[in-house]
Design a binder for this molecule. Structure first.
Ligand code: NAP
Length: 284
């Protein structure tokens, strides 16, 4: 079997065209969707992510505002800025680029963002919404995975889904979103004993562990769907996911490449959440 390679760049482009149309409609009503991006410190990877998000905003007509703080900034300064942004009518989304320096209490920062502007979906209110199935802002990466599955017409209901990785930003919300769509979900993590005995059961395997070559062909059922969220930079500079892509693509039915799979979808769903927030704030 040769897998269909899911083209996240192409799916993203389609969704972004729809988003741009929605932005145009808002602008005709005098509303420009606005996203505030807060960055603390000068982590080079974060700087690239922030630049990409702001560029993507500009391409669909969303206005973005960057707030940069030095690595030794007082947390209160950042909290005060968020409190001001919460009140502004021209800001519909607020995101704090993670990670934050160690002297920040991340939970406190995320809880300060108004749940109505929490376009990353990390506020406890939105996490709770995910649990009870009434999400306001789905977290962008798992939201992107769901959109990829929907776009490919891959049925989720009744499927065995195994999620490898249990972080708050990818693995856990991913599992909840797929459970909400009536999949039977299993979550694995670093302390899971004999990972392969779980992954082999998956009709849909989502991997978000940050470990190159964690998933080998013998760990996956023939014909399974493999979504590789991982992003790893090898010593030779190559960017790879968490799976043996070359080996798996001869065995599975669908697989996402790295780069060009889930990555572009994450930014796209951030744009979608920001526009949805502006639409909601404007009453439609
Ligand atoms: P994270 O916070 O480091 O979490 C990693 C998770 O994987 C943890 O739950 C950990 O288990 C689990 N894990 C680690 N080693 C494992 C192993 N050998 N077997 C099974 N589980 C293992 O990372 P994250 O933020 O979720 O990100 C995961 C990966 O996705 C990273 O490569 C990251 O760069 C990538 N990512 C990509 C996107 C995108 O847009 N494509 C977005 C976000 C993240 P424990 O909980 O037991 O420690």
């Amino acid at each position: 079997m040769t897998a269909k390679i899911i083209d996240g760049v192409a799916v993203s482009a389609k969704i972004r065209t729809d988003i741009a149309t929605r932005v145009t409609k808002l602008r005709e009503r005098g509303i420009t969707p606005g996203l505030a991006v807060i960055m603390v410190g000068d982590n080079p990877a974060s700087a690239v992510y922030v630049r990409n998000k702001m560029r993507a905003c500009a391409e669909v007509g969303i206005q973005s505002f960057k707030y940069s703080f030095p690595a030794d900034a007082a947390p209160q300064q950042v909290l005060d800025t968020i409190a001001e942004l919460n009140k502004r009518d021209d800001i519909h989304g607020i995101l704090v680029q993670l990670p934050l320096p160690p002297h920040f209490a991340i939970a406190q920062v995320l809880q300060t963002i108004s749940a109505d502007k929490d376009v990353d979906g990390f506020h406890l209110y939105n996490v709770g919404g995910l649990v009870v199935g009434d999400t306001v802002f789905p977290p962008c990466t798992p939201y992107g995975v769901v959109k990829l599955l929907e776009h490919e017409g891959i049925e989720i209901e009744g499927k065995n889904v195994v999620v490898v990785g249990a972080s708050n930003i990818v693995g856990k919300p991913m599992a909840l979103m797929l459970m909400q769509r009536d999949a039977t979900v299993c979550i694995c993590h670093a302390k899971t004993r004999d990972l392969a005995q779980f992954t082999i059961l998956a009709d849909i395997l989502v991997v978000a562990a940050g470990k190159p070559n964690l998933i080998l062909p013998q760990m996956v059922r023939t014909g399974a769907v493999v979504i590789d969220v991982g992003i790893n930079r090898l010593p030779n500079g190559r960017l790879v996911g968490d799976t043996d892509f070359e080996g798996l693509k001869e065995k599975v039915s669908y697989i996402t490449p790295v780069p060009g799979g889930v990555g572009p979808m994450t930014v796209t769903m951030l744009l979608a959440n920001t526009v949805a927030s502006a639409e909601r704030a404007s009453g439609g």
